[in-house]
Design a binder for this molecule. Structure first.
Ligand code: ASP
Length: 453
C-alpha cells in the first residue's frame, strides 16, 4: 500500500484537484491520500492557510473579518464549481469556518491553530466528495477519530508515540482514505498544528504507521535538484539519495520537504518518492535507506550542494582550554539556559566556536550569553561575528574518496572566497564550509562547476 501526499499547489484549483484524482486512481495501491490546503494558483496569489491566519488575527483584534471570510469561502466555491459539484457543495465550509470563529477556546494560540487547520480539513472533505461524485468509494478521515495525537505545542506540535498504533488500523480501511494534513489533536481534544508545511509530516507519520511500501510526496517539481536552481542554472536532477543526505541538504536550505518529515519513515526504512503532480510520468527523486543506495564506483561522490545564511559565530579563546575538564559542557550549558540550540561547535586546543542561528538568538539573549561566558568561564576572549553562511557539500561516497576536501577548497579559493571554517561531519556524509554571506553565490557556483560540470 502506498501513502500519497499532495502539497498546496496540487490542490490550488479544480483543475489541479482533477490531476490529483487521476494520479490516485491510476494506481490502486494508493490507498491513503493526505492533502494540504489550497496553495497559490499564481505567483502573487495567497495560500488559504495564510488567509486563515489573517482571518484569525482579525477576529482576535476585533477587526471586521467579513471580507476575508468571504474570500476564503470563495476559494472553495470556485473549486467546487470547477469540479462540477455546484456551489451548494461548499455550504459546509462556510458553516465550519463560522463555528470555528465562534468557538470558545481559552487562548489565542489554540484559536489560531483551530483556524489554520480549517484549510486542510475542508479540502479533505471536498476531495472526498469529489471522489464520491465520480463514483469512487472514498471517505474523509477525521484525525481525531483516527487517533492523530500530538503534543500540545500549538503551531509546532510533535507526534505522540501512541499515534502510530492508532493509525495502523487505517490499513484495514476498504475505501480510499482522504486525510487532512498539518494537524491533529492534543490529549485534551484540542486542535494542534505542526509548524508550517507540516502536511509532509502527516503523510510520513501515516506511512510509518501503516507500514507503506512507499511514501509518495507530490509537489510541483520533477526532481530534487543537486543545487538551488535560483543560483545555478539548470542544475542536475538527483534520481535517488539517502535519508541522511536529504537531511543534511534540507538542513542547509533545501526546502523540498518539511524538516521533520523524514524521521518517521526513516525508522521504518520506508522510501520517499518526491514527484510532480503536473508531470506524473516523471519518476521523481527517491529517498532511500543507506543500504539501498549502493552507488556504482566511479559515480560522483557528491550528490548535492546546499547553502544557508543567517548564522552567528561565538568564538571563545582560553589558554590551555583542552586541559580544563568540563569546559565544553559548561559553555554549552550557557546556551541551553537561554533556550538557544547550537548548530555546530568546531574546536581547536585553545579555542572553540559555537555556531547558532541568528533567528534563534536575538540580541538580548546573545548579550546575556557572552556576559555569562566571560564571567563563568574566565575566558581570554569572546568574539561574536554575524553574517556567516554555511555551505554543505553532501554525499555518502565522499568518505571513501580521496581528495574531495582539497578539490572543494581549491574551487572556493579560485572564486577568491575566504573560508572561515571547515567541518567534516563525523558521519562523513557532508563537509561544511563557513563563508561570509556575501560570498555564498560565488562559492556555490565554483563548487557546482568543480563537481557537476
Ligand atoms: N497548509 C499548511 C501551510 O501552508 C501546511 C502544508 O501545506 O503543509 O503551511
Amino acid at each position: 500500500m502506498k501513502v500519497v501526499k499532495f502539497g498546496g499547489s496540487s490542490l490550488a484549483d479544480a483543475n489541479q484537484i482533477r490531476k490529483v484524482c487521476d494520479i490516485v486512481l491510476s494506481d490502486r495501491e494508493r490507498r491513503i491520500v493526505v492533502v494540504s490546503a489550497p496553495g497559490k494558483r499564481f505567483d502573487s496569489d495567497i495560500k488559504v492557510t495564510d488567509m486563515l491566519i489573517e482571518l484569525a488575527s482579525k477576529k482576535l483584534n476585533n477587526e471586521d473579518y467579513a471580507e476575508t471570510l468571504e474570500n476564503i469561502v470563495d476559494r472553495y466555491r470556485q473549486i467546487a464549481i470547477g469540479l462540477g459539484l455546484g456551489e451548494d457543495a461548499v455550504e459546509f465550509v462556510k458553516q465550519d469556518l463560522t463555528d470555528r470563529l465562534n468557538s470558545n477556546v481559552d487562548s489565542d494560540a489554540k484559536f489560531i491553530d483551530l483556524m489554520k487547520a480549517a484549510g486542510e480539513d475542508n479540502t479533505a472533505k471536498l476531495v472526498a466528495k469529489y471522489f464520491n461524485f465520480i463514483g469512487e468509494k472514498a471517505v474523509y478521515m477525521n484525525p481525531k477519530d483516527a487517533g492523530m495525537l500530538l503534543s500540545n505545542d500549538y503551531g509546532n506540535a510533535r507526534v505522540l508515540k501512541k499515534t502510530y498504533d492508532n493509525l495502523a488500523k487505517l490499513r484495514d480501511m476498504e475505501e480510499l482514505v482522504i486525510f487532512p494534513g498539518f494537524f491533529g489533536y492534543s490529549e485534551d481534544g484540542e486542535v494542534v498544528t505542526f509548524s508550517r508545511g507540516g502536511s509532509d509530516v502527516t503523510g510520513s507519520v501515516i506511512a510509518a504507521a501503516v507500514n507503506a511500501t512507499v511514501y509518495e510526496n507530490f509537489t510541483d517539481v520533477d526532481y530534487v535538484f543537486c543545487a538551488n536552481p535560483k543560483v545555478i542554472k539548470d542544475p542536475k536532477p538527483i534520481s535517488y539519495f539517502t535519508y541522511e543526505e536529504m537531511r543534511e541538504l534540507s538542513y542547509a536550505g533545501f526546502n523540498v520537504l518539511h524538516e521533520e518529515t523524514l524521521e518517521p519513515v526513516y525508522r521504518k526504512k520506508i522510501a520517499v518518492n518526491i514527484r510532480n503532480t503536473n508531470n506524473p510520468q516523471s519518476p521523481g527523486t527517491m529517498i532511500v535507506p543507506a543500504e539501498r543506495a549502493e552507488r556504482v564506483s566511479g559515480e560522483n561522490p557528491v550528490v548535492g550542494i546546499a547553502a544557508d545564511k543567517g548564522f552567528i559565530t561565538v568564538h571563545v579563546e582560553k589558554y590551555m582550554m583542552n586541559r580544563e575538564i568540563g569546559f565544553g559542557r559548561r559553555l554549552l550549558t550557557i546556551f541551553e539556559k537561554e533556550g538557544v540550540s547550537y548548530e555546530h561547535a568546531p574546536s581547536g586546543i585553545d579555542s572553540i566556536s559555537v555556531i547558532v542561528k541568528e533567528r534563534n538568538c536575538p540580541k538580548d539573549k546573545l548579550e546575556r550569553i557572552t556576559d555569562a561566558i566571560r564571567k563563568e568561564l574566565e575566558v581570554d576572549d569572546v568574539v561574536v561575528e554575524h553574517g556567516l553562511a554555511i555551505i554543505m557539500l553532501v554525499g555518502r561516497g565522499m568518505s571513501r574518496t580521496v581528495g574531495i576536501a582539497s578539490r572543494a577548497t581549491s574551487a572556493i579559493a579560485r572564486a577568491n572566497v575566504n573560508i572561515r571554517m571547515i567541518n567534516q561531519g563525523s558521519s562523513e556524509v557532508s563537509i561544511m564550509f563557513g563563508v561570509h554571506e556575501d560570498d555564498v553565490e560565488k562559492s556555490l557556483i565554483a563548487l557546482y562547476d568543480e563537481f557537476f560540470r
